[in-house]
Design a protein around this ligand. Structure first.
Ligand code: HEC
Length: 144
């Protein structure tokens, strides 16, 4: 009689266990949603088809308006918005050389040179333009 009681108890325990395993499997897939959100900005980059006029000796403002503004004006694809001092402060801390390096190579959703045909001086000027509208005080490089 005692033996039978123990077996009944064990069976009830197994049932409770399988119910809780089922409940866990039913939970929303948070990881998958987060992954989709991370992928989305990259997918949207192709919408911004940056087109610039003939390359040469353009000002930072010209390059910015022709190309960079497509992303940095509104913050599309996770771009730090022009004028957002908090977003730019840690980047400006890299200095113009550091920023130029990542702008030339591209960074995450930002394509190399922002997709522009700017030469290095033009690119540097456009970086100075954005940075100085965003709390920075960088110096424009001399013309080539
Ligand atoms: C297609 C969208 C897009 C365009 C066009 C674009 N950017 Fe960006 N940019 C981004 C994104 C996104 C980031 C943030 C990258 C990161 O840190 O993940 C970024 C970051 C930067 C940074 C900071 C880099 C760093 O090291 O933190 C600079 C400087 C910059 N962009 C300059 C420019 C300039 C100058 C242009 C125009 C010549 C330009 N961007 C055009 C999307 C763009």
């Amino acid at each position: 009689m005692v033996h039978l009681n123990i077996r009944t108890f064990a069976a009830a325990g197994a049932l409770a266990l399988s119910v809780s395993v089922f409940a866990m499997g039913d939970r929303p897939r948070g990881d998958e949603e987060a992954a989709n959100k991370r992928i989305a900005p990259v997918a949207r980059v192709e919408l911004a088809a940056p087109v610039a006029a003939a390359s040469g000796n353009r000002s930072g403002e010209q390059i910015y308006k022709a190309v960079c503004g497509a992303c940095h004006e509104t913050g599309v694809a996770g771009a730090p918005k022009t004028g957002d001092k908090a977003a730019w402060a840690p980047r400006i801390a890299l200095g113009l050389d550091g920023l130029l390096k990542s702008a030339i190579a591209g960074k995450n959703a930002m394509p190399p040179k922002g997709g522009s045909d700017a030469n290095d001086v033009e690119l540097a000027r456009s970086i100075v333009y954005i940075a100085n509208k965003s709390g920075g005080n960088l110096k424009e490089p001399a013309a080539k």
